[in-house]
Design a protein around this ligand. Structure first.
Ligand SMILES: C[S@@+](CC[C@H](N)C(=O)[O-])C[C@H]1O[C@@H](n2cnc3c(N)ncnc32)[C@H](O)[C@@H]1O
Length: 247
């Protein structure tokens, strides 16, 4: 089976951690510390896996993007003592195969890349196959993706004589999908030295359908949150974080 994944991370993987530094590491650590070994699907640059490994948790990572894996390996090479706690596998959520089961699986900002129910069902079924009975799946979904948005500033960061800027916009496209456009600009001493445009696709899903798909693939929802500080989910919240149990 050929790997199906979003190609929108290939050019700017080296800038990923600068802008996508959301505060969810302690959140995942909370669930991981009850598990000791976990799977991180769409592990990206190891932004979550590396701090978990630093706490002694063994993390089995799945990441389809070559550029994201390269960035992950580069970060890991500066921390060779963590290599024994981290395994990085090329693969996607639908088809990865570790040949064994785990107490927990995490997806951080990855589920949105499953573009339709077929992909969601195939991915959830494959994840369920990797979980022990009563194993936990923790993942987030953006429910607030339903609007077009014009390109606007979405972060800037300065380090020495370098300045990094990001702009994000989005366009709804047929089939309940949204194309996200990201522009990354890097300036050195005020001069633009790099400009990258990435286009990424996400699928739009509502909460009711998500519950249906989880039930169909053998999961029971345990908890719904709207924030990594563990605020309970309320109707109309944009972010939905789910803890589901494999039945
Ligand atoms: C927004 S990034 C999140 C990275 C990381 N989980 C984090 O929170 O920093 C989404 C990641 O999902 C990966 N991805 C995209 N489609 C995927 C799929 N079908 N299966 C697994 N991973 C996928 C991308 O390559 C990317 O690394």
């Amino acid at each position: 089976m050929t790997s199906h994944y979003d190609k929108g991370y290939e050019k700017a993987a080296h800038l990923y951690d600068i802008f996508d530094n959301k505060d969810n590491i302690n959140f995942f650590l909370h669930f991981a510390s009850e598990a000791a070994e976990i799977i991180d699907i769409g592990a990206g640059t190891g932004r979550i896996a590396i701090p978990l490994a630093q706490k002694g948790i063994t993390v089995f990572c799945v990441e389809p993007s070559p550029a994201m894996r390269r960035e992950f390996v580069r970060k890991l090479s500066a921390r060779p003592h963590l290599s024994k706690n981290i395994r990085i596998m090329e693969g996607d959520a639908m088809s990865f195969d570790f040949g064994r089961t785990f107490p927990a699986a995490f997806l951080s900002a990855t589920f949105d890349h499953f573009l339709d129910d077929d992909e969601r069902i195939a991915s959830l079924t494959n994840i369920a196959r990797h979980l022990q009975p009563q194993g936990r799946l923790i993942f987030d979904v953006f429910l607030g993706l339903m609007k077009n948005s014009s390109l606007s500033p979405a972060g800037e960061y300065k380090e020495g004589n370098k300045e990094y800027r990001r702009f994000v916009g989005g366009k709804l496209i047929p089939g309940n999908r949204k194309e996200t456009i990201l522009i990354f600009e890097t300036f050195e001493s005020g001069t633009l030295i790099e400009r990258i445009e990435e286009r990424s696709l996400v699928g739009i899903i509502d909460r009711e359908n998500l519950h249906k798909l989880l039930k169909k693939t053998g999961f029971e929802v345990q908890q719904e949150l709207s924030n990594y500080d563990r605020t309970a989910f309320k109707r109309d919240d944009k972010l939905l974080i789910i803890e589901a149990m494999k039945k």
